[in-house]
Design a binder for this molecule. Structure first.
Ligand code: EPU
Length: 345
């Protein structure tokens, strides 16, 4: 008899409340903690669980749980971080998918490898960062991406992905689309270009420069600024359950935008390189009067309309009902369909 399947540690009726940043109540029929590629191969080789449908859970910071899960939950806890390679134009850092994203950003700065500072304080784990191509303050993960490894959940093999294989888009990648549930990201490598160049074009950072008079902030200073900006308008999931921005910023054609601006001249919008225009979803929701409104214990955050929060004891159904009501009201007033950013289960 093989020893591999025997070593699989399965938790039954595992509560997921502590494992999703919204703090929503849900139970996994079975849950496996994954510490290595070998653990994943044990799952794939398992006579009972090998072929069972699987749900991959990282830090649970981008999911809305509306029900108990019957799929086998793979909770990614793969550790490790190191300098993978270094050359004249970059440091390449490798981190296990189970590392905390913000701690990794902080650690790379402490090591003297800047480049991730604009992505400070984004909740979640390293393995989730490429799935939704996290982005903030003018930098997206894809701008700092080198490669990653996955374990294929059919073959059990470890496969190397370069950037082109990941199909990165705005808060999107192949791992959210065709490969959803089919493979598990185990390690991510980030390419931090040298010499370091600050990214300071975002309005909130320009304001910091004006307020402090510091025209040449170093990477640690930018990190501190980003943390301060985020803390001022985004709720800390450790204190108030939430999943960051609940909706993507919608992109409309220039023509549609002219129409909307004609009716609402103050609308916050950003022209994109291809002629289309990105609208601030937070502004649209705010304009419909949603700040502070609630359905049961699920509410729109008072300081940022793009964020839905759990005031304590909310159900996934309440979050989804609130989200639908917001979508309807924004559609009714602006004719724009908002698309949720987190995965709704
Ligand atoms: N706004 C309002 N009212 C609100 C919220 C926003 O009028 O209640 C206006 C703001 O005044 C601002 C504009 O909308 O002029 C945009 O707001 P903000 O700069 O806060 O950025 P965002 O579009 O709300 C995006 C990302 C964030 C990221 C920030 C900073 C998306 C969906 N969200 O937010 O990402 O941190 O930019 O780069 O792209 C996340 O994805 O979870 C996330 C937090």
């Amino acid at each position: 008899m093989s020893h591999l399947p025997m070593a699989l540690q399965i938790e039954h009726k595992a509560s997921l409340r502590e494992h999703n940043s919204f703090g929503l109540p849900a139970v996994a029929r079975e849950l496996v903690r994954v510490h290595s590629d070998a653990d994943l191969r044990r799952v794939v080789d398992h006579p009972e669980y090998g072929l069972a449908p699987k749900f991959i859970l990282g830090g649970g910071s981008n999911v809305v749980l509306t029900r108990d899960l019957t799929d086998l939950v793979l909770k990614v806890e793969i550790p490790g971080r190191k300098l993978w390679r270094e050359n004249a134009d970059a440091w390449i850092v490798e981190a296990g998918a189970g590392e905390n994203w913000h701690d990794l950003v902080d650690w790379t700065l402490a090591q003297g490898w800047p480049g991730l500072e604009n992505l400070a304080l984004i909740p979640g784990l390293v393995g989730a960062a490429p799935v939704q191509n996290i982005g903030a303050y003018g930098v997206e993960l894809k701008d700092r991406f080198h490669s990653l490894d996955v374990v294929d959940l059919v073959t059990g093999r470890t496969v190397y992905f370069d950037a082109s294989m990941c199909h990165f888009g705005y808060r999107n990648s192949v791992f959210k689309q065709a490969l959803a549930g089919k493979c598990v990201i185990t390690r991510v490598r980030l390419r931090l270009p040298r010499p370091w160049q600050p990214v300071l074009g975002y309005l909130d950072l320009e304001r910091k420069i004006a307020d402090t008079g510091n025209l040449r902030p170093d990477a640690r200073t930018i990190f501190d600024w980003v943390c301060a900006i985020r803390r001022a308008k985004l709720p800390d999931p450790a204190l108030i359950g939430n999943a960051g921005s609940f909706f993507k910023n919608p992109v409309v054609s220039a023509e549609q935008c002219r129409d909307i601006i004609g009716r609402d001249p103050e609308i916050v919008h950003y022209p994109l390189a291809d002629g289309s225009v990105k609208l601030a979803a937070g502004w649209l929701i705010d304009a419909c009067g949603w700040k502070g409104k609630a359905v049961g214990r699920a509410a729109v955050y008072e300081r940022q309309a793009l964020v839905l929060v759990n005031r304590g004891g909310a159900s996934g159904a309440e979050v989804v009902t609130l989200a639908r009501a917001i979508q309807e009201s924004v559609y009714g007033r602006f004719g724009i369909r908002l698309e949720p950013e987190p995965v709704i289960v």
